[in-house]
Design a protein around this ligand. Structure first.
Ligand SMILES: [Zn+2]
Length: 267
């Protein structure tokens, strides 16, 4: 009987994961132990494990909205109230969301390793809530209000009812996220590239490795000699290039990794 190629691959992939999970974590712990510069690249999968809806549904809707109606500069120009209603609702949904064990371990790693940085595609602030301070947010931060006139940024501490105005100049603010068709925040990608070029170990976590330019960072690090580990329950475009693939949810892998690291340190 002919079995579709994809099924064979998936089957082997899952079998490998069940047999080798502890050994894979042990190997990664050993690589981390030897490294002084570590970079953790995170994507939507890490937030999804906390219950943040991050993907478009079958109808192409994104949290019930069409991306072109809520996530472009043109949409904001046309109807800022509509765009803000969407973002205020997203903030409201995030109030009840908590960091998961992956965020928490990643936050603690910053205290353990001398140089541990996070570059994330996520805008929800969960890494920061879990203690990450050395963090580059490639796609901005949903909790930032940025003035459309003077550029002043203000961190929202609660969910407002109406769209915010700039406290400095009184002009309308916009959400501090990167919309479709916009440039990444100044300096953030450059810093991410620098971190990728310096890192000895790179963890690529919960990202489909399809959103450019974020996806290029793992490739770039690999070409610069880093040991690159991918942590993702599903195979991605990057899997074949990774030095190690751990096909598990980040929230399961990071606690295991942390306890293995602790044992190595004790030895
Ligand atoms: Zn202003």
């Amino acid at each position: 009987m002919l079995v579709p190629m994809q099924s064979v691959k998936e089957c082997c992939y899952n079998a490998a994961m069940n047999d080798n999970f502890p050994q894979m974590c042990e190997r990664l712990a050993n690589e981390l132990r030897k490294a002084s510069r570590i970079l953790c690249l995170t994507g939507a999968g890490v937030s999804a494990e906390s219950g943040v809806p991050t993907f478009r549904d079958a109808e192409g809707l994104w949290e019930g909205a069409r991306p072109e109606e809520v996530a472009t500069p043109e949409a904001f120009e046309r109807d800022p109230d509509h765009v803000w209603r969407f973002y205020l609702a997203r903030r409201q949904n995030l109030v009840a969301v908590r960091p998961n064990p992956a965020h928490e371990v990643i936050g603690r790693f910053e205290q353990i390793f001398p140089e541990f940085d996070v570059v994330t595609q996520n805008v929800d602030g969960l890494h920061q809530q879990a203690g990450s301070e050395r963090i580059q947010c490639l796609h901005g931060d949903i909790w930032i209000d940025r003035c459309t006139e003077c550029g002043h940024e203000e961190r929202a501490t609660s969910v407002a009812e109406a769209r915010p105005m700039c406290p400095k100049c009184g002009e309308p603010s916009r959400p501090g996220v990167v919309w479709f068709g916009e440039m990444l925040p100044p300096g953030v990608f450059e810093r991410a590239v620098e971190l990728a070029s310096l890192a000895e170990v790179v963890l690529v976590v919960g990202t489909s490795s399809q959103v450019y330019p974020a996806a290029s960072l793992a490739d770039f690090a690999k070409r610069n000699g880093a040991f690159v580990a991918e942590i993702n329950p599903n195979a991605t475009a990057f899997s074949a290039s990774a030095d190690l693939v751990i096909p598990r949810e980040a929230g399961k892998m990071f606690p295991e990794l942390e306890s293995r690291l602790a044992k190595i340190v004790q030895k």
